[in-house]
Ligand binder design. Structure first.
Ligand code: SAH
Length: 248
């Protein structure tokens, strides 16, 4: 069932009570995979108390030292933000985000990423997301408690999953190279792309002008790049460097 393919990732959570409340919010809606990136305190009695009967979700939560590791096996990531950001990440409503996540979840693990209590997600973290979701709120006070934000989005996922006809979830599996590329493969590609663009003097590292961020938006559009497409792009980069080196 695609709902079990939706992972909740919390970055640098300060309050252990929030982690417990998130576990509870997830379990009530049928989500089970919680990933924690450098939580301030974990495990903790406070989290366990807030989790109530959802201690299984809490105890199975995996802890990571950095976000890339937490997302490596997923192929579609939606970040959450209480504010609208200046650079144009595609912005989704909770309903649109739930539909998109479930659609992608039929091809494998996807993630919904939540930020720090005080400052939310950094731009570097948002760079690893394909889209952003914003929960509409009071413009003068738009910042929900972390677990409350998880609850709302988990509820939307639940509604979307319940509305799916069961036949739609049983689509035939795609061949291996038609599968969406993983975040790890994408990150490796962006690194190779940046390296090549610098080598051919298209990207000036002293004056990058958000080029890589824009390219991430371009390659991150739906539908996601497949393993085969990433391999073609990597092949082009390799050949570009080869030709350039021959020309020197
Ligand atoms: N000042 C921070 C607020 C952090 S609230 C900011 O501007 O992002 C902690 C986390 O809860 C956020 O990182 C986000 O994951 C989630 N959150 C809170 N309010 C939200 C909202 N209105 N829409 C989407 N996510 C929200």
């Amino acid at each position: 069932m695609p709902l079990t393919h939706v992972q909740i990732v919390l970055s640098h959570t300060s309050h252990p009570g929030n982690i417990g409340a998130v576990a509870r919010a997830m379990k009530t809606m049928g989500l089970g995979t919680l990933k924690l990136v450098q939580p301030k305190h974990h495990p903790s009695a406070e989290a366990l108390a807030m989790a109530s009967g959802a201690d299984d979700v809490l105890q199975q939560a995996q802890v990571y030292q950095n976000l890339s590791e937490a997302l490596a096996q997923t192929h579609w990531v939606i970040g959450t933000s209480a504010r609208l950001r200046s650079l144009r990440w595609p912005q989704l409503s909770p309903r649109q985000a739930a539909a998109q996540l479930l659609e992608q979840a039929s091809h494998g693990p996807v993630a919904l990423l939540f930020g720090r209590e005080r400052i939310g997600l950094t731009n570097a973290e948002l760079d690893q997301c394909q889209a952003l979701v914003n929960i509409p709120a009071n413009p003068h006070y738009p910042s929900l408690n972390l677990a409350a934000a998880v609850q709302i989005l988990a509820y939307e996922l639940r509604l979307a999953a319940d509305a799916q006809p069961s036949a739609a979830t049983a689509t035939a599996p795609l061949p291996d190279d038609e599968q969406p590329a993983s975040q790890q493969q994408l990150e490796d590609f962006y690194q190779a792309l940046e390296h090549t663009l610098i080598a051919i003097d298209f990207l000036d590292p002293q004056n990058p002008k958000h080029l890589m961020r824009r390219l991430r938006r371009l390659y991150g559009r739906q539908p996601p790049l497949s393993v085969k497409e990433i391999n073609i792009l990597r092949g082009i980069l390799t050949q570009t460097l080869r030709t350039k080196n021959r020309a020197i």
